[in-house]
Each structure stands twice: as structure tokens, then as C-alpha cells.
Design a protein around this ligand. Structure first.
Ligand code: SAH
Ligand code: SF4
Length: 353
């Protein structure tokens, strides 16, 4: 398949019935050919639900005063990593709300170093939002090799409808560029099916991923959270559109696989909020990464970006088990003990030297 146009992607995203099934099947074949039939696991540790931002859609936004805030002590975070290592889970994602104070920057730097001391071959992905160049560099030098910053939407006008004025689309874009420049494997993604978003926006997002030359993709459906500005306005709309939003998320994964070919693509947890087999479908539609939540149970129930999050009452061992079941159901092979570097990133590196 040659260069695919925006128009063709829009067509994919409008597919229904047999065309939809064909799109998913094709994407699965592209995945098998380009990156194989292995699914890489990333144990995700949700370090904190404290956040200085106020994204209109997110349940842990600063303005939500109805939740109790937590911050994992280094010792607790390290226990999560030890659990992961004991299960041969050698790829870790550290995620949290956006904090930028000196103590936080230092905490993450120290934590990354400690993890590398425990086992230098653990691959660390960070996802702590927008930071300055120096911070990204410090965390990279400490040993983190991947960073995930969703652009949320590549359309500036839409971004501005989803965020208060103090949040800047240009700054988010600059951050993504910094992440790439520092040398991280660069991951991004968008919300799918969120209010005011059209198929044309989503097709442009895939073109953006291609042009930006990203290495990893983590995108999922928009899921409502009642204690947010969007939750208060879009409740009925969301319930009426659940199925459409889910289908759109699956089509986005499939279209992204067909266009981007050899990047790592996650079958994200939010898919399970809209369909009990959500992540199985995500894998069938071309994803090759899945992220068991290994945050301690006492904390994970406060990390609610959206409602009906899967696995809230599961222990880390149960989360891992259910992810392995999902992979089995999808007919693919779970890969433990491998860090699963983005094949796209590896190829770029090879071509450079
Ligand atoms: N604070 C960091 C990382 C944590 S938020 C950041 O924003 O980059 C991780 C992701 O959760 C966000 O990028 C956003 O796309 C997603 N998210 C937030 N609210 C959501 C919702 N209601 N439904 C689905 N995904 C949501
Ligand atoms: Fe904070 Fe990220 Fe949620 Fe925005 S999406 S409010 S930055 S945690």
C-alpha cells in the first residue's frame, strides 16, 4: 500500500459492517508482517494523581476537589518495580498528573536511577506531561529511554475547546519536539470520539503522527468523568454515543497501524470501559502493546481519569493475569522478559549510523 491520503483515512474511519471487519483484519495482517505477533507488556505505575492542569475532560484535573490526592513514596514505587521484575515484566511506565516543582523533578530523577540500579535492563517510559528541556534531559540522562506525551488532538482550535486558556497547544507541541530532540523513543496519541471532534480531525491526527515520525502510539476512546466540565455538559450525549466512540477508537488503531506500520501501538485500558472485550479488539485491530496496572490497590482507585476504569479492584498480580488472558483471547503471544523497543525507532537509529 503506497502513501495514504487524508481522504482515504477519513474513508476508513467511516467504515461499517463488512468494511469495518475488513479494515480490522487488514490491520492485524500489517501488524503481523511489520512487527510480528508478539504483544509487549508494560507495567504501569501511577505515581500521583496530583496535577497542576485543568483539562476539561480529565477526572484528576486540579479543579476536581472531590477526590483525595496521593503521591507514592519512593519506597512504594520501588516495591511495584520489584513486583514487576519478579514477574519478568521488564518494561515499566511511570505516569502521573503534571507537576513541575523542583522536588518532583528530583523525585523522578532519583526514582529512575534507583530502578536502573535494581536492574539496568528495565526499560523505563515516563509520562508526566509538559516539562522544560532541562528536565526532560535530566530524566533521560538518569536512564529513562521513552516518553509518552499525547498531543490530545493535532488541531489547535479543537485543543483550545478542550482546555482552558492557560493551556497552550503550541507549548504541548514544543514539548513533543523537545522529547524527540533529547533522544527518547517518542510516544504520543489523541483522545478519540471526544466532544466536538470530527472524523476529519482524527484523520489529520494520523497524518500528523506520520509526519512527526513518532515511535509509539497510545490513544484511546474518550470516556466521560462526571466531575469534570465535560462530564456535566455531555453526559447524555456520551451515553448515546458510547458504541460509536468505541468503534471509532478501534478504527483509529487499525488505520494507524496501516499507515504507520512499524511503530508500537497500545491497546489502551480505556477501551475496556466501553466494551468488556475492548482491549481484545484493540489487539485484533493491530495494537501490539498492553499495559497491566501495577499501582498499589489503595492508590489506583484514586487515579480516575475517566469513569468505569477497568481493574480498579484488582491486585497487581490479578491485573497481570487478566492482561495475559486478553492477549490469549486475541490469538497473539504475550512477550515477557523482553523490553520491546519500537521497531520504528530501531530502524531510524540503524539508518543514522
Ligand atoms: N498528566 C499527563 C499524563 C497523565 S494523563 C498528561 O496529561 O500527559 C494521561 C492521558 O489520559 C492524557 O493524555 C489523556 O489523553 C488521557 N485522559 C484524560 N482524561 C481522559 C478521559 N476522560 N477519557 C479518556 N482518556 C483520558
Ligand atoms: Fe492533568 Fe494529564 Fe489529566 Fe490534563 S490529562 S488534567 S495534565 S492528568
Amino acid at each position: 500500500m503506497g502513501k495514504i491520503s487524508q481522504k482515504e483515512i477519513e474513508e476508513y474511519l467511516g467504515f461499517k459492517g463488512e468494511d469495518f471487519d475488513f479494515l480490522v483484519e487488514t490491520a492485524g495482517k500489517v501488524r503481523d508482517k511489520e512487527v510480528g505477533n508478539k504483544v509487549y507488556l508494560r507495567g504501569i505505575v501511577e505515581i500521583t494523581n496530583k496535577c497542576i492542569k485543568n483539562c476539561y475532560y480529565c477526572g484528576i484535573r486540579k479543579g476536581n476537589i472531590g477526590i483525595s490526592r496521593y503521591f507514592l513514596e519512593e519506597k512504594d514505587a520501588i516495591d511495584c518495580v520489584r513486583f514487576a521484575v519478579s514477574q519478568n515484566l521488564t518494561s515499566i511506565v511511570l505516569q502521573g498528573g503534571e507537576l513541575k516543582d523542583k522536588d518532583f523533578v528530583f523525585y523522578v530523577e532519583k526514582l529512575v536511577k534507583r530502578i536502573k540500579e535494581i536492574n539496568p535492563s528495565i526499560a523505563i517510559t515516563l509520562s508526566f506531561g509538559e516539562q522544560d528541556f532541562e528536565t526532560y534531559k535530566r530524566w533521560y540522562d538518569a536512564g529513562a529511554e521513552r516518553y509518552l506525551l499525547r498531543i490530545e488532538t493535532s488541531d489547535k482550535k479543537l485543543y483550545e475547546k478542550w482546555h482552558p486558556e492557560s493551556h497552550s497547544f503550541e507549548q504541548r507541541m514544543k514539548c513533543l519536539e523537545m522529547i524527540k530532540k533529547v533522544g527518547y523513543q517518542t510516544g504520543t496519541g489523541v483522545l478519540i470520539g471526544a466532544p466536538m471532534q470530527t472524523i476529519s480531525h482524527l484523520a489529520s491526527d494520523i497524518v500528523f503522527f506520520k509526519e512527526f515520525d513518532i515511535d509509539m502510539l497510545g490513544m484511546g476512546p474518550y470516556v466521560i468523568h462526571p466531575q469534570t466540565p465535560f462530564g456535566k455538559i455531555y453526559g447524555d450525549w456520551f451515553e448515546k454515543n458510547r458504541k460509536n466512540i468505541f468503534d471509532l477508537a478501534i478504527k483509529m488503531i487499525a488505520a494507524a497501524r496501516i499507515v504507520l506500520k512499524d511503530v508500537n501501538i497500545a491497546s489502551t485500558t480505556a477501551l475496556d470501559s466501553l466494551n468488556p472485550e475492548g482491549r481484545v479488539y484493540g489487539l485484533k485491530a493491530g495494537a501490539n502493546v498492553i499495559m497491566p496496572d501495577i499501582t498499589p490497590m489503595a492508590y489506583k482507585r484514586n487515579y480516575l481519569l475517566y469513569k468505569d476504569k477497568a481493574g480498579l479492584y484488582s491486585s497487581s498480580a490479578e491485573s497481570l493475569f487478566s492482561v495475559l488472558e486478553i492477549v490469549k483471547k486475541s490469538g497473539l503471544v504475550a512477550s515477557l522478559g523482553e523490553v520491546g523497543t519500537s521497531p520504528h525507532f530501531l530502524k531510524k537509529r540503524k539508518n543514522r549510523f
